[in-house]
Design a protein. Sequence first.
Lengths: 527, 295
Amino acid sequence: MTPKRLNQRAMLCALLCMVLSAVLVSLPIYHFEANVYTKRSGNTFTGDERYLAARAEVDALAADYRARGIETEIHEEVIERLNSKGDKTSLIIFTVSKEVLCSGWDFLKAGFPSARWLIAMLALEALALLCGALGCAGSLNSPWRNVKGSPRMLRRLAIALALAACVAAVVFALYTNVIIHRQISLYAAGVASSPGDRILTAADALIYQGAGGADTAQLLKSTVSSVLPQWWLQLPVLCGMALCLVLVRDGQVARGVTRGLLYASVIVMCVIILYPFVIMFTSAFRTDAEATDVNFQYLFPVRWMWENLSYILGRGVLRYLLNSLILSAGATCLALLCGIPAAYAMARMRFKGRRLFMGFVIMSQMFSPVVLLVGISRLMINLNMNDTLAGLVFVNAAFNQAFAIWLLRGTFVSISPEMEQAACIDGCNSVTALTRVLLPMAAPGIVTTLIFVFINSWNEYTISTVLINSDINRPITVGLTQFAAFSMIQWNYLFASSLLATIPVVILFMLIEKHLVSGLTSGGVKG
Amino acid sequence: MNQIPIRHKWEPYLWLLPSILLMGIFVVYPICIVFQLSFSEISRSGVVGQFNGLSNYITAVTAPEFGTVMLNTVFWVVSVVGISTLLGIVAALLLNAEFHGRKIARSIMVFPWATTLVVQASVWKYIINYEYGALNNTLLNLGMLTQSVNWRSTYVIDFVWECGIGIFVTVPFVTFCVLAGLQSIDDSYYEAATVDGAGFGQKLRHLTLPLVRPSLTVSTVLNIIYVFNSFPIIYTITRGAPAHKTDTLVTYLYMLAFSEQRKGPATALSVVGFLILCVCAGVYMILTMRKEGDE
């Protein structure tokens, strides 16, 4: 496709975006129902004195509002029921309410805080259109040809700006929702106070055309705003827009659709995966009250409680981290010290019982310490290593041994033995062949194994809960549960210590991810 | 020839010795202890009495909760391994495609795998809490809910949540195993298939899946064992409550041995669990050794 055609498409798309969002913003799809007043009639018959009294009261109230410029409607909800004598009576619920249908422009007019995003969206789209037009002009034979920036770059810029406008539209819808749903009701309930006044004024302008005035807070207090901002209506439109833009980029329909779907599913997947981690991270810096009260929780903590970290460090977490470090480092060293020679023998020597040992190694990868807990705890008592870090070091090293041998053997086998054979001819013995020749070459594989064993020992929980009783010897996985007594959980401290326990491991894991996988599936079977 | 000369017949065994000692003492010996204990009388205080035949096994198997626990275990393993394998294949296919930010997406995928299960389970316990849980909070904020939902109304739902969390933490492992398999497939196969006019579905069924089957087999067998042994999720979220109705074999065994101090039946169950593992491990060993023999 010629650049000219592509640029025309980009401009068309930007134009389409603009028209669509203008239509979308103008649609009165935001539905408010502000229940100003509710009166229950008690046990009554429709049309009798009690009914009339209640009705008159409600009428007077509605007239009062009308006098102030707030046009309300009265709804009657009749619930029939049988009294003890078997007569049919009714419970009548009168609701004085005001229904408002508004479009995006109304939010803008009322100065709603979320309307800033609307402005941003419109500005971005205008810019996209401009860029598209410039790009289009640039690829024509016109004086504009010499405009700064190539048509290609301008096209890309137009696409990026239009996509950003799509994002701004979603943010506008979500933010409006948050304000209506949570902020106003929290403010009316007297819980939140932060950006209250501005939101109240805007809400007043939107719902009561400013007639609420000084009483707005009072009005909203008795108001149950049920808002139906049907923002999901925007989703198909936005998807359509995004799709158009992807099409411009790739020029082919089928490819464009699959690309769009691919990105969408990857984003959804990442959001789901990151969700618990975001929760952990934000909750770690909330106050206790904030973490355990649904009314207080915003996306981010109101105030970042960095002192949570110093508090948990004072509660022994530093010691637990140190224990974990000692434990994992010890187990890693031991596993490698025993594992490297074994893997070396398995990879380079031929002897009786090699297959038997191999079978044993493969099988013992499967033995989890959990099933053998009773046996291990008894063994530790016999060895006098109960409640010591040393005991944990041995157990972790032993249970990671098979895996270490497996990974190391794979690495060794994948390295050609010629160098060592040459070294042996030159008079090296097998020990020097290993230490001087093989180990330096196998360093990446050894590092992978090392980190893997380290992480496994760091994350180990079950054996430690059984073997360790005294507080001073606890590794972090066990130590952090002190904030999670079954009845009373201090979530913020729990998550703060979880954060400290998690971050180093995730970083280490990212480093070896690539090597680990090949080691897991094929490392051991090349030979 | 990839051997190096050996000076003495016993030299290889010397190389193996530290490893054998370590595993012998801390892996094999506990197995023996468990076997021995399962046939002996054990008092509540842990004193080992004399041989009493199969009575520990009989006590363990005839306990009223044994049936539920075994059923839970089967459900737990089958659902977690099955669903996470499916999701893992999908995720691997996604991450194998070429797109901007693929590296970042892969790093993100590592997160659930790298985090210790206690932490994962605690976070999820917080998320699904009724009064102040993050899930309710998020959905309320987005306006998708108008009032909090009790996500943990019955123990069955609790157990389903536990399975869900199990799936969440297991998917990355499958994904990376399949991904490794996918990356080793030569592009020329796909080119040939495209030339022959194969669609996406046909390529997936006749090309991709058969070629990643070896790594899928390995990951499935390993997963069966990991999931079977998985302890912290259930222990953190419900502790098997109410009355062992959400326990699997492993958590039940832990409860018997260390909370209820009934070590006899617990060791008998250990042996049962160990034998189940041995069967799985045997299958794995045969698969691996056969593969090795092929090459």
